[in-house]
Unconditional design. Structure first.
Length: 260
């Protein structure tokens, strides 16, 4: 009986570890956006309770000014702010928030707060015009177009060796590492190498810790992190096209001189 109790507790701890991983990753995603206004979240459960930080986040994401109470003192004022946020997300943004409402944030329900932030990440960062169901497959297809030798099929076990993240960073910005020679075959060390190089050389924020990628990979946290690599590729793809266009002369502005 005692062994079963210990095993159940261990299993419960493992089942709930995704909350810890997601909370770290989603907080870092929020802060990447909020830093544009010099703001920072520390605890999503608490920081979203009055609606102010959430509305600041939405203002940046939507490029809109949203009228709300910036210094709510009473519960009714906090609830009004959260209602404004939900009306915007569900109405104008058309974000599907199932079984999730303003009072869930007011009460600081951890799992539901994470569900809300994931809905924002999926809508504003990952979907890129695709449906919720297709977003997963499209990101997988893009990754495989960059590192086809790794045959990535998921956002969990395929990344635990640490090698795939190194390969993806190297594929997008060659010369950072000498692969496969630099692989140590220590999973955490290899994951750290890829994450560190992507941050230092590509400006990709450390949304997920190497230890979490190796030991407790969470699908949604990994999708959030890997979407930054796709953003990097698209940005540099557009930059390269702009440079090519700059090299093409505008014939309408050229002066032709007749030779005798």
């Amino acid at each position: 009986m005692e062994d079963n109790t210990i095993q159940n507790k261990q299993q419960q701890t493992m089942d709930n570890y995704w909350i810890t991983v997601q909370k770290k990753s989603f907080t870092r995603w929020c802060n990447e956006i909020l830093k544009k206004r010099g703001l920072e979240c520390h605890d999503l459960d608490q920081d979203f309770k009055d609606g102010v930080m959430l509305l600041q986040l939405l203002e940046i994401l939507t490029s809109k000014s949203i009228k709300h109470n910036r210094h709510p003192k009473m519960e009714v004022q906090r609830l009004e702010n959260l209602t404004v946020a939900f009306q915007l997300m569900q109405g104008e943004c058309k974000i599907h928030l199932i079984n999730l409402g303003p009072r869930d944030l007011l009460e600081g329900n951890p799992k539901l707060v994470l569900a809300l932030v994931w809905a924002l990440i999926l809508h504003f960062k990952i979907k890129m015009g695709s449906s919720d169901n297709d977003a997963n497959d499209e990101l997988i297809r893009w990754i495989n177009s960059q590192i086809p030798a790794y045959q990535i099929k998921n956002f969990k076990s395929d990344w635990q060796s640490g090698k795939a993240i190194c390969a993806l960073a190297e594929a997008l910005k060659p010369g950072q590492m000498k692969l496969p020679g630099d692989f140590s075959n220590d999973q955490v060390k290899d994951a750290t190498m890829g994450i560190k190089n992507a941050h230092q050389n590509m400006g990709i924020p450390v949304i997920i810790d190497p230890e979490d990628m190796v030991s407790h990979p969470d699908k949604q946290a990994m999708m959030t992190y890997l979407s930054y690599f796709r953003d990097y590729a698209l940005h540099h793809q557009h930059s390269d096209k702009e440079k090519e266009l700059e090299l093409i002369p505008d014939l309408s502005k050229c002066i032709f001189m007749a030779l005798d």
